[in-house]
Ligand binder design. Structure first.
Ligand SMILES: *[C@@H]1O[C@H](CO)[C@@H](O)[C@H](O)[C@H]1NC(C)=O
Ligand SMILES: *[C@@H]1O[C@H](CO)[C@@H](O)[C@H](O)[C@H]1NC(C)=O
Ligand SMILES: *[C@@H]1O[C@H](CO)[C@@H](O)[C@H](O)[C@H]1NC(C)=O
Length: 511
């Protein structure tokens, strides 16, 4: 029995479901559109020391350059070649980043765009981030090379070649997603070119991949590509380690394609998570935090060990992709911090924290007409991520991952790693609390009145620093102190008008 358990633990560890994070690091952060030189510095000065497990980086391969609108963020989802050459940096800079991040125990996960190349309307020429020639009219990408034979157009039966009906799995996978030229991944030649690209990144030292638009690829085609991948680089990973795989499958229910079809390949993005959590924290549709007692599979989500979870992502924080208006983002900072705090305290799924840039949001008739805007830039050149004296970021970078409440909850998750979900309490409304074994406890007041109550924390007696209102520094708390008595109980008071109406304490915030 013990031997079998050990084997299954090893199996999980070596397989595509494991993020290969170092010693008890339990979260990744998406540094959306950051330059490689800034990510390398951030790994060394912040992510490593603060216990972040890894970084999802924007697509590193050459993409089309769009001038109308001017350099939108989504141009990076329109590949021209697999050269490591984008606005984020060149291959030397990418290699330097991977090495420096790995050396401080922070993994790199690449956003892999392998479903398609650029849009059908992309024209012809060298308007690409590395100057490679392409011709979207006859589907010629000589820098790979792909030709017209390597695309799905013959297989799509919608007339105009576009996806129209999400209840038809063939359309979703064989036709063009918003006009993007759809690669024929059933061809061994295409699979080999994609695998060569991913293997190049694996050899450099990345730990895994987000598979963009995975729902638009057949699970079996993805598997055929994954079967061609190298094991991770042994400079940083144990021999036999498979790349971590998480597939972007938007499944809110009610469509032909479901997330479970992709479990054999790796983890899957659980889009219900942020949509539902946003609805609860906003108190829409009669939802209450008390209902979060059975959060996770109890809410119809996929199994925890297959889920990659997040409150918002680069798409739905600006109204693209799934989730709708309930999605919480940095624009709703107070509610957002509660949602991210809840996610990081709760054991369900592997967690990803979003780190964004600000843009000129401009709603007209309910739609943000600037949802296309790319990262902070000077004439198209991405701006450096500068760090202010108070440790926040400048130059238009939001850096949610540096907000004290979020950074400290990333640490909380590490401290309680592996501990069971215990001591749930709620008031039948929006005041809830729960613990993680005898290692951590969190209390929320999202009601419109004060919370004042004594709760069983499960923690050993002592004085603990609340890591939401402050930090433990030099053996003292800069924020609220919580006294846990010998029976594990502690009194909590949280005003409904507190800057952050939640409190979190854990084994390492004890004085
Ligand atoms: C692994 O990374 C090291 C360090 O960058 C490099 O020297 C080595 O060639 C890589 N291994 C493979 C198989 O590419
Ligand atoms: C919620 O909490 C408050 C104070 O802790 C309490 O007065 C109230 O009765 C509780 N229940 C509901 C349903 O509001
Ligand atoms: C801890 O900080 C509080 C104020 O937050 C202060 O009153 C107290 O003297 C400090 N204690 C120590 C031991 O430094």
């Amino acid at each position: 029995m013990r031997f079998l358990l050990l084997l299954s633990a090893l199996g999980l560890c070596w397989a595509q479901y494991s993020p290969h994070t170092k010693d008890g690091r339990t979260s990744m952060v998406h540094l959306f559109e950051w330059r490689w030189v800034d990510i390398a510095k951030e790994c060394e000065r912040y992510l490593g020391p603060k216990g972040f497990g890894g970084v999802q980086v924007s697509p590193p391969n050459e993409n089309i350059v769009i001038h109308n609108p001017s350099r939108p963020w989504w141009e990076r989802y329109q590949p021209i070649s697999y050269k490591i050459c984008t606005r984020s940096g060149n291959e030397d800079e990418f290699r330097d980043m991977v090495k420096r991040c790995n050396n401080v125990g922070v993994r790199i996960y690449v956003d892999a765009v392998i479903n398609h190349m650029c849009g059908a309307g992309g024209g012809a020429g060298t308007s690409s981030t590395c100057g490679s020639y392409y011709n979207a009219h006859n589907r010629d990408f000589p820098a790979v090379p792909y030709s017209g034979w390597d695309f799905n157009d013959g297989k799509c039966h919608t007339g105009d070649g576009e996806i129209h009906n999400y209840n038809d799995a063939y359309q979703v996978r064989d036709c063009r997603l918003v006009s993007l030229l759809d690669l024929a991944l059933e061809k061994d030649y295409v699979r080999t070119k994609v695998a060569d690209y991913l293997n190049h990144l694996i050899d450099i030292g990345v730990a895994g991949f987000r598979l963009d638009a995975a729902k638009h690829m057949w699970p079996g085609d993805i598997k055929a590509v994954l079967d061609k991948l190298h094991d991770l680089n042994e400079t940083w990973f144990p021999a036999g380690s498979k790349p971590f795989i998480f597939q972007e499958v938007i499944d809110l229910g009610g469509e032909a394609i479901s997330s479970s079809e992709y479990f054999g390949n790796g983890r899957v993005t659980e889009f219900k998570y942020g949509a539902k959590l946003g609805t609860v924290i906003r108190k829409w549709n009669g939802e209450k935090m008390a209902y979060l007692k059975n959060w996770g599979e109890g809410w119809g989500f996929m199994p925890s060990d297959r889920a990659l979870v997040f409150v918002d992502n680069h798409d739905n924080q600006r109204g693209h992709g799934a989730g709708g208006a309930s999605i919480l983002t940095f624009w709703d900072a107070r509610l957002y911090k509660m949602a991210v705090g809840f996610m990081l305290a709760h054991p369900y799924g592997f967690t990803r924290v979003m780190s964004s840039f600000r843009w000129d949001r401009n709603f007209q008739n309910g739609k943000d007409v600037n949802d296309w805007m790319g990262p902070p830039n000077n004439n198209g050149v991405i701006k450096e991520v500068t760090i202010n004296p108070d440790t926040t970021c400048g130059n238009g970078w939001v850096c949610e991952h540096r907000w004290r409440q979020i950074r400290n909850m990333v640490d909380f998750r590490n401290v309680v790693d592996g501990q069971p979900f215990v001591n749930w309490w709620d008031n039948g409304s929006n005041q809830v609390a729960f613990g993680r074994g005898n290692r951590g406890f969190i209390v929320f007041n999202n009601d419109d009145w004060a919370l004042s109550t004594t709760l069983q924390t499960g923690l050993p007696a002592g004085t603990y620093c609340d890591v939401i209102s402050g930090d433990k520094i030099d053996g003292n708390c800069t924020g609220i102190k919580i006294q846990v008595s010998g029976d594990g109980r502690a009194h909590f008071s949280i005003s409904n008008s507190a800057e952050d109406p939640f409190i979190a304490i854990h084994a390492e915030s004890k004085l």
